[in-house]
Design a protein around this ligand. Sequence first.
Ligand code: PMV
Length: 361
Amino acid sequence: MTENDFVLKKYNSNNLKKGTFTWRSPSNIALVKYWGKSEPQIPKNTSISFTLNNCHTTTTLEFSKKENPSNGYDIQVIFEGLINKDFKPKIIKFFERIEKYIPFITEYGFVIKTENSFPHSSGIASSASGLSALALCLMSIEKVFNTNLTDDYFNKKASFLARLGSGSAARSVEGEIVVWGKHDDFSYSSDLYGIKFPNNIHVNFKNYKDSILLVDKGEKKVSSTLGHNLMHEHPFAKARFEQGNKNISAMNKILQNGDLKAFVQLVESEALTLHAMMLTSNPYFILMKSNTLKIIEKIWDYRKRNQSNICFTLDAGANVHVLFPEKENDQVNAFITNELIAFCQNNQYICDKAGTGAWQL
Ligand code: PMV
């Protein structure tokens, strides 16, 4: 599909005066990372992620026809029950990017009521869950204009719109594993939207666990937009993008054959490579904290002592995602509470697992 396929060309808004839609959309954690993009939010390499289950954003979109249609956007954001002005610029930018595809957004006034299941400023990025939830609500409006929309088109366009708000949000519409970015291994893959992993997932990866250790809950010092931009002049960029795409092929096989040892090696290598790109950018920066490294050492030690398949991954921040198979749940949970939470801010961590994607409430 091309960008043109996502332009809503004909619709009649005369009969739709107002309405409300609510979607709950999850966060996701990349196994092979996306870091580096070109305009408009086109990834430099393919990425693949677990959709999460418990970390999600619930968004209610109330809309009503403007009395006097104007070109500007009429948006009010209510975050966790309070009027929030901080999110508005990001949402306006998002609307500017998607107006071409859903032109009706200039005809309505919107109240966006949104809340996260995870603690505010926990260092967990809410952009993937937040922007996918909003994109899904907007698609529900499009569906009123065009009742013939297939589920497949609905999901693709929701992912397409979400991507224009935040790249990784393209991977938050479906579950349990999503591929975003054109890749030879997946004939239906696209740079424009995420697709559900099309192959059989080995039972070893069913209900895969992700416990998120909140090492540092502060605001990120370097935004991901800035970090992505530093890949333009990065001396290792080309090699990294090639490696990312090779790692997608390796991950494709691993997810089907259930090779947990290979999974652990690849996931950790990807996490460290993402941060290696940050360490070697110009200007360079470090998002890990000393407790991030202490946790990694503990995980390696535990894995060796217990012949475990536990591993870690990192996002663009200091928090550590501890990934492990469902059958190790009891032992790893004991390890986390006994040995790892001491390295978390206020002992905080979130138990999550791979989930099935967004749903309408
Ligand atoms: O979605 P963005 O543009 O904020 O980029 C985030 C990229 C990483 O989270 C660091 C990696 C990934 O693939 O999710």
